[in-house]
Design a protein around this ligand. Structure first.
Ligand code: AMP
Length: 420
């Protein structure tokens, strides 16, 4: 061990487990790439104001969890705690919404940072794959995103997850509900922090996990009863499209999510094997966000799925992804001359697209064969001075143990033939 350890709340992805993370990212992005979403990458940090305005001044993410700092040049920046605000900022900056081709559909994959209290499934550095569809109000777009996330999780073999669905209303009906809820909450016995939350973001009080709060919420006005006709009709269409697609969901009137920018459709994917950090992904419609960050009105919808928690969900369901061995052929030279010649063969195999590795460092035969087995390779190429003098190498099948001499200049052909 060195003097240093990974910072608190972080962990390293190491082989062989790291292959699962890559596979999860691919499984999530696959359905998006297949549905018209283009890849976007934005910086790991942004002007802190973008998140303050975009994510919301009253959210835990902004008030407590942001890694904010001032640069030597005096800029106030923050490591990104989520993806949506950055993606929308980038799309607006590049005028993607002016191409006359709405919605702008984008997907991303990257690292996010929140100064949270670490526990299983909750880290200070975590990884998300996300999608945003910008500039169009259409219930089919909301449904599309939910269906694609469902498809992604299912393609990984996950089954024990549920989709929670709600509508948060829009700028017509939400304020009326908000006021009614505030009236109700102000009559309860709440601590000072929660009272402040009642003033700033009363919907989030519904989300409070504490039993002492939950107990008092019986009889609270429900948003469902305040939704305007347009929001009701919109939500009904989303529900119908999901049902028609065979995607099961649960209506959850208490689902408000931790970010301020959501309107209308909100949803969360929860996994039942994860304990308290059960949300594996979530998202929703954010029709007002563009204007909040100084852009034009651009109704949009998106989601972010957590890679770390998806991996935990796989573990919880006992699913081992079928990840092909990284190495197909392992080459073992015996002696200096063999090292030179066989290294050339390794290069030729790689150029022919065969995943090949080499016993570096002058290992003895026994040690090298151990490495060959550990690599997961199906074939080993072994060459000593005598073989080479005859222009041969030994091709060993590591499953059957069977060994056949092959002419050096026929190795690439023979190996590709055997690997099919
Ligand atoms: P959110 O932006 O909070 O809706 O998060 C979307 C998804 O990202 C969640 O459902 C989690 O899977 C993941 N996520 C959020 N925060 C963390 C964290 N601190 N550690 C690990 N995963 C997280």
């Amino acid at each position: 061990m060195s003097t240093f350890q990974a910072p608190k709340g972080t962990y390293d992805l190491l082989p062989p487990n790291s292959a699962t993370y890559l596979a999860v990212r691919e499984a999530i992005s696959g359905p998006l790439k297949n549905s018209g979403y283009g890849y976007i990458e934005t910086p790991g940090f942004e002007n802190v104001e973008l998140f303050a305005r975009g994510v919301g001044e009253s959210t835990d993410i902004v008030t407590k969890e942001m890694y904010a700092f001032e640069t030597k040049g005096g800029d106030r920046l923050a490591l990104r705690p989520e993806g949506t605000a950055s993606v929308l900022r980038a799309a607006l900056e590049a005028n993607l919404h002016k191409g006359g081709n709405l919605p702008v559909k984008l997907w991303y994959s990257g690292s996010y940072y929140r100064y949270e209290r670490p526990q299983k499934g909750r880290y200070r550095h975590f990884s998300q794959v996300g999608a945003e569809a910008i500039g169009t109000e259409d219930p089919a777009l909301d449904a599309e995103l939910i269906i694609l996330a469902d498809q992604a999780y299912r393609s990984l073999g996950l089954r024990n997850f549920r989709i929670l669905l709600n509508s948060l209303g829009d700028k017509e009906c939400r304020p009326v509900y908000r006021a009614a809820l505030q009236d109700f909450l102000r009559g309860l016995d709440l601590d000072d922090d929660t009272r402040r939350r009642v003033d700033i973001n009363p919907l989030r009080v519904l989300d409070d996990k504490r039993e002492s709060v939950q107990r008092q919420l019986t009889g609270a006005p429900m948003l469902r009863d305040y939704l305007c006709e347009a929001c009701k009709a919109y939500h009904e269409q989303v529900r119908e499209l999901l049902t028609a697609a065979g995607v099961a969901f649960e209506d959850d009137e208490k689902l408000v999510r931790g970010l301020d920018y959501y309107t209308r459709t909100t949803f969360e994917f929860v996994h039942d094997g994860l304990g308290s950090q059960s949300a594996v992904g979530g998202g929703g419609r954010y029709d007002g966000l563009s204007e909040m960050i100084g852009g034009p009105a651009l109704p949009s919808v998106g989601w972010a799925l957590g890679v770390d928690r998806t991996v935990l969900a796989l573990e919880a369901e006992g699913i081992a992804l079928d990840i092909p061995a990284a190495t197909a052929v392992y080459a073992v030279p015996l002696g200096e001359e063999a090292r030179r010649v066989l290294f050339g063969t390794v290069t030729a195999l790689r150029r022919a697209g065969v995943a090949t590795d080499f016993a570096y460092g002058g290992k003895g035969l026994k040690n090298a064969m151990k490495s060959a087995n550990r690599s997961g390779a199906r074939l080993a190429l072994v060459a000593g001075e005598r073989d080479l003098a005859e222009g041969l190498v030994q091709l060993k099948d590591l499953e059957s143990g069977e060994q056949t001499p092959v002419a050096l200049d026929a190795v690439v052909d023979e190996v590709t033939r055997r690997l099919g």
